[in-house]
Design a protein around this ligand. Structure first.
Ligand code: GAP
Length: 515
């Protein structure tokens, strides 16, 4: 589905609104509406239970957004949490210099795809795309250009060499998308942390940051959690919470926000075992993504070319969003960097006595970190679709349907009296609604023709609709309609809970992770 359609669907059906919309909005800040918050909460529950319920050695915390300012000095964020920015002097627009180069590389990818599609048409079934990429001079030229730009970008970023980055933008003749000119400023580093001021302390001393990642709340609580829960290494701490980044480029809807939510887990391991755990967590996380129905083709690993200051290995799980493959989740081997730094700046020991090794050490950390909002967008962009289905007369009609995994669906079941003006139908429907509502997120809807009501439920992803008609009054049966197959079956009201429960339960989804 087209990206614009997804964005307008999210607004029209109460999933996501622009923040402070009546004041023309605030860039890259969004509010979740009634269906949005249900879906988001279900995503969070799925993640939380997969981490803390299915793993005896992972426990959760909820740390504060504000932390002692030294936290961010220790973590390296004050000195190194920067993005390179560049302004175009003609349009006065600001860009992330690395993103300009990445966009240039994406354009080359687009050209390659176009050439391949054309050739596939020309050569028919015998066409071998991989061989074509290696042998066709034009395609090879695009790919070589892309590889060289990628290598030089990675080098400049690793070295923090802003002059080299500016040189690359000039050499690639990258123009401002707005003015079309190449009249660029120098590239400068821009720190992404938002700051604020404590009320009772003036000046630098009272400067606080809004956390740019939830992870540091876990690191500083490492010993508190380990001691109070008597966990033994290896063990993990999970947290879901808001993070804030003053992103230079705010675009692509909820993909890159200034206020967003992270689901992070730090897994503390013995030094020397981190790569084994890093590989295990890569496998584990991919399984989590696939369990909701996401296909292999939509997911891929992408090793980091330039490692963050704290990592000795890092990989992104990239997802195919409507604007291409982009990072959905990061898995990082963060070494003992954070704990060691906090130990130094706080003067407090953050060590673990390992009874098996009979030694004290600062544990190494493997982290998994996923943006809740990006997971939301991944679900929206994969499972919201236009479909041709037969209407009541058997003719083709289109419907917009959100085929989200039932366990994540905002509403599980809708109860619909066939007619609005028949009191005996509406009161029976209200009775059924009351019964189901104890078990599932249930909606009662009596407005409009039944077909339109089905479409409304399809559009918000409700897996089941229960219709109350005149036969219901006679024999206590209802029609149960399945969102995906459109099949309708007649079942007794007493059987509804047992029939719907296994299909929409979180336990059923979690069980897939245990296979
Ligand atoms: N603790 C490690 C860390 O924060 P990251 O790769 O910077 O690593 C982790 O962020 C995840 O947070 C990303 O994979 C992404 O899903 C999400 N994320 C990061 N910046 C974001 C933003 N501006 N808007 C929405 N999600 C974001």
């Amino acid at each position: 589905m087209d990206f614009k359609q997804i964005v307008s669907h999210c607004k029209e059906y109460g999933f996501i609104f622009q923040s402070s919309e009546i004041y023309d909005g605030l860039a890259a800040v969004y509010d979740y509406g009634p269906y949005g918050i249900e879906l988001k909460n279900n995503i969070k529950t799925y993640w939380w239970k997969a981490m803390t319920q299915l793993n005896d050695n992972i426990v959760g915390i909820d740390s504060a957004i504000f932390m002692h300012p030294k936290t961010w000095k220790a973590s390296g964020h004050v000195d190194a949490f920067n993005d390179p920015m560049i302004d175009n002097k003609d349009s006065n627009k600001r860009y992330r210099a690395d993103v300009l180069v990445e966009d240039y590389m994406d354009k080359l990818d687009g050209k390659v795809d176009k050439e391949i599609k054309k050739a596939a048409k020309r050569f028919g079934e015998s066409f071998d795309a991989e061989m074509y990429k290696e042998t066709n001079p034009r395609v090879k030229g695009y790919l070589d250009k892309k590889a060289s730009a990628g290598q030089r970008l990675a080098q400049a970023m690793t070295d923090g060499d802003m002059t080299a980055l500016k040189g690359l933008i000039e050499e690639l003749e990258i123009v401002c998308p707005v003015s079309g000119s190449r009249n660029w400023t120098e590239v400068r580093q821009f720190n992404l942390m938002f700051s604020t001021q404590l009320g009772n302390i003036a000046g630098e001393e009272g400067k606080l940051y809004l956390r740019p990642e939830t992870a540091q709340g876990i690191f500083v609580n490492f010993l508190n959690v380990q001691k109070s829960t008597r966990q033994k290494v290896p063990f993990g701490i999970a947290q879901i919470g808001k993070a804030f980044r003053n992103e230079i480029v705010a675009r692509q809807f909820i993909f890159r926000m200034r206020e967003f939510e992270q689901m992070e887990m730090q897994f503390f391991v013995a030094p020397g075992t981190e790569m084994e755990w890093y590989n295990k967590w890569k496998e584990n996380r991919i399984k989590w993504h696939k369990a909701v129905g996401t296909s292999d083709e939509k997911l891929r690993f992408h090793d980091h070319e330039n490692l963050a200051h704290y990592a000795n290995a890092a990989v992104d799980i990239q997802f195919e969003f409507p604007f291409g493959f982009k990072e959905l989740e990061g898995i990082h081997s963060r070494t003992d960097f954070d704990l060691t730094q906090h130990q130094e700046l706080s003067g407090k020991k953050l060590q673990y006595f390992d009874p098996e090794r009979n030694e004290n050490y600062v544990p190494y950390v493997v982290e998994t970190s996923i943006g809740c909002d990006r997971m939301f967008l991944a679900m929206m962009s994969t499972y919201l679709m236009n479909e041709t289905v037969p209407d009541a007369e058997g003719k083709d009609s289109t419907r917009m349907v959100f085929k989200i995994h039932p366990a994540l669906a905002p509403v599980k079941v809708a109860v619909l009296p066939l007619l609005k003006n028949k009191e005996e139908l509406t009161s029976k429907a209200a009775e059924v609604y009351k019964k189901l509502n104890l078990h599932f997120q249930t909606q009662y809807d009596e407005k409009d023709a039944i077909g339109r009501r089905y479409r409304r439920q399809d559009a918000i992803g409700t897996p089941f609709c229960v219709t109350i008609d005149f036969d219901t009054l006679e024999d206590g049966t209802v029609t149960l309609r399945d969102r995906d197959t459109l099949q309708q079956e007649r079942i007794s009201i007493d059987e509804l809970v047992a029939k719907i429960s296994p299909r929409v339960s979180m336990a059923g989804l979690l069980a897939k992770l245990e296979d």
